[in-house]
Write a protein that binds this ligand. Sequence first.
Ligand code: IVH
Length: 676
Amino acid sequence: MAVPEKILREVDTLRQQIEHHNRLYHSQDAPEIPDADFDALLRRLEELEIKHELLNEASPSQRVGGEALAGFTQVRHEIAMLSLNKVFGEADLQSFETRLKKRLETEARIQYSCEPKVDGIAVSLLYTDGELKRAATRGDGVTGEDITHNVRTIGSIPLQLKPKKKNTVVEIRGEIFLDKNGFKKLNETSEKEGGKIFVNPRNTAAGAIRQLDPKKAAKIPLKMYCYSVGLVEGIKLPKTLSEIFTLIEKWGLPVNPDRSVGKGVDACLKYCLELQAKRNDLSYEIDGAVLKVDDLQLQLQLGTNARSPRWAMAYKFPAEEKSTTVLDVEFQVGRTGTITPVARLEPVFVGGVTVSNTTLHNMDEIERLGLRIGDRVIVRRAGDVIPKVVKVIPHEGSKKIGRKPISIPQMCPACASAVVKDGDVLYRCSGGIICPAQRKESIKHFASRSAMDIEGLGNKLIELLVDKEIITSVADIYTLSPGQLASLERMGEKSAANIVAAIHRSKRTSLPRFLFALGIREVGEATALQLATHFGILESIIAADLDSLVQVSDVGPIMAEHIRIFFSNSDNVALIKELQAGGVTWAILEASRDDSAKPLLGETYVLTGTLEQMPRSEAKAKLIALGAKVAGSVSKNTSCVVAGPGAGSKLTKAEELNIKILDEGEFIVHLDDLMT
Ligand code: IVH
């Protein structure tokens, strides 16, 4: 019997709707409707398909989950795609050049190619015999994804270089981006059609370039500026980068018109300041300038570190500030029960992203700012740093908004246990293990990349598992079965199996990771490493008293107390036993690695000021891995002080004592040198 037209139409609409929401949820992480509504659509589709025998393989009812990004082919870059070290001002720039001159053993002025640092996605284009054969994302620098199908839709990228080049291979690298106008139009159209509002040009470009369907990528008006060449065969290149730009422009490739060349730091600084001044007038978003030694022979001589070339530097612009309104203040409960006020803001585009909420850290900060709900405030965001409310704009008479004072809740917003004051500034939920928020956060921490590194067990999934009471503690993770996971909404059997496999893999870990994963108060990655190296085995750490704990470098009396409290709680020890019984193991740490791998043995480092490019914990962990001690204060025994912006008395003391001082850029280069 023929299926009524009306049913066919409904099935078609349902399939389209489901595909739409699938994409939002799985690929873009931006669901529009609650899970229950999604399930209702899917159930209705399944019902109609079965009743009217309309089942087919292309239907979303047969898919479970979204369009898998696993559909991309991996591409290995023959020459690694590196990233750039950063400098933040004139002094940093000066020390960059001093380092270059020292390495090159020259006093001669260096010529630089000065370019805008376009805020987009790094890609590689491979032309064989002049024909575009393959385009790939940077990925982790070594392996990226094949995105040829999408790049072919970008009108400004030639499919064929002019003139034809027989027997040649050229790899061109550059930045794919969406310009300001393209972004604006896209959002205007999307808004009219009731579609999604894109957050920023960079993410939109990244999303477009990683579409599986080129028709969708083609709807985003992407552009590209080329900034370097990679692999080259059968072509003789000029001697400088600036000449390469002129050449490849003739071939038909898009290069940035706002580039320039300059001799010495002064010219570079002038370029950077001028670029900064016209930043808002440029048609595309930038987050700084890039300065590269122009002479290719010198580039070769300078070489690269593990992550970045020594001959190039990103000059980052200072933070951007915008004003907005605080709509509300909510309180979030952390892993150890700390209650943190978070401001909900009227969305504002600042420093390259739309900010709609930001942490206020603690109640003291709210008091210091004199903040009330409804206030206009200044929000600052620099580079990749978390946006910050820096000040309240003085009130302008009108009382219409009804500014509301902010007070700490008496009860935990997650479990209604009493909120108690802890120390001078912190407030804590007293619920402990019964608080679902604390449980969720500690499981998230346990599974996170620096801890047990369980791929696929992400924050959303953990929240769902705790809400459904499938897991209540970290030990329960190891009892999860593929069937249990697959029974969750939107979880395919394959994903479920992958997650269980990742859980299984995570069982073989290391003692520092395991210690860090436990989430002991104050114990970060660096301390976990120190504890593990000092004591060697977990049993000794569990048994250690306060006196032996403070022997560990960097463990003070307060931290020692937290460690003691943690291990004297029999529930925690039982949890560790349960995890071990569930199969979690680690190799016994060798007493000490080969000393040749510890070039900083016997040296003491002090970190001071703000580190902007790597978390302090990472800097510490790296130093310790290289054999150094990391101390909290400067003395005549200090070997080196790493001083970031805001460094104060420790820096002065280091200068007085004539101790070696490195800025962050120099420090990163120093680490890279020691590690490679
Ligand atoms: S050169 C070996 N030049 O910045 C040098 N990069 O952190 C590698 N970028 O991944 C890059 N504009 O995505 C270079 N004019 C420019 C750039 C640029 C933007 C991005 C690129 C790279 C990142 C470096």
